[in-house]
Write a protein that binds this ligand. Structure first.
Ligand SMILES: CC(C)(COP(=O)(O)OP(=O)(O)OC[C@H]1O[C@@H](n2cnc3c(N)ncnc32)[C@H](O)[C@@H]1OP(=O)(O)O)[C@@H](O)C(=O)NCCC(=O)NCCS
Length: 219
């Protein structure tokens, strides 16, 4: 039995708990053991097993796995640094694939990856640690997705795209094949990306144009 502790809370965390429930209902040997959360004692019927900081994860049983659920569109970099500071070994993070997701046998998924309902991952796609694909998103062939990438629902990423660490691809957006979506950049919801996006750049619209930049120190 793979027992998972979700680092986070309501929102992304409860969505991931629900995906785990679907996985269990479909016969996967998996369950949500609870949350690490700084503010609550119980979340949707699951116990909060400790706060996130202060090494609390080390006090939990060594057989538990973790999943990171704290992405935030405006603070991705800071939140990811927080996770890295916890120093949880990569192999302690589970990879969760919803039973309705379609994943090519030629794709590779890192630790802490979550694929939600009806996600489609094409051949020769590599998805880095802690990257999460929300419902009905698609990633085409030969695309490289780095770590901590957040792909919102219904986003469509073409073939041979490079999505760098911490990028956020908004709901219902499309990314043309062969472009690069830079580190900690943001693609606004409903956007059509037809040229590469720079690191920390925010783009939106059809065709997607620059609407601003994150400050690298505060993103
Ligand atoms: C881009 C976003 C983060 C807003 O960023 P922001 O820096 O606060 O931008 P603002 O709201 O100040 O808007 C700046 C300009 O961009 C435009 N804009 C913002 N988002 C846009 C979008 N998705 N499409 C088109 N234009 C957009 C605004 O109209 C505004 O234009 P103006 O200067 O002509 O008035 C937000 O609109 C967005 O798309 N978030 C993604 C949400 C998402 O994917 N959620 C998934 C949850 S699972």
């Amino acid at each position: 039995m793979k027992e998972i502790v979700i680092i986070g809370g309501r929102g992304n965390g409860t969505v991931i708990a629900s995906v785990i429930e679907d996985c269990a209902d479909s016969g996967q040997n998996i369950k949500c053991a609870g949350f690490l959360n700084d503010f609550e004692s119980e979340i949707n019927g699951y116990p909060v097993l400790g706060k996130i900081r202060n090494g609390n994860w080390k006090k939990l049983s060594g057989h538990l796995y973790f999943i990171y659920a704290m992405s935030n569109v405006n603070q991705s970099c800071m939140r990811h640094r927080l996770l890295q500071e916890l120093n949880i070994p990569a192999e302690r993070f589970a990879t969760i694939v919803h039973p309705s997701a379609v994943v090519s046998k030629k794709a590779s998924l890192g630790n802490g990856v979550v694929l939600m309902p009806f996600v489609h991952v094409g051949p020769d796609v590599a998805i880095g640690n802690h990257s999460q694909f929300f419902a009905q998103s698609f990633v085409g062939h030969d695309t490289e997705v780095s770590e901590f990438v957040f792909v919102a629902n219904n986003a469509s990423i073409g073939g041979r795209v490079r999505v760098e660490e911490g990028a956020h691809i908004g709901s219902n957006s499309s990314v043309l094949e062969r472009v690069t979506v830079g580190r900690y950049s943001l693609v606004g919801l409903g956007s059509v990306v037809i040229r590469s996006v720079a690191a920390f750049e925010k783009v939106a619209g059809n065709p997607a144009k620059t609407i601003g930049y994150f400050c690298p120190d505060h993103a």
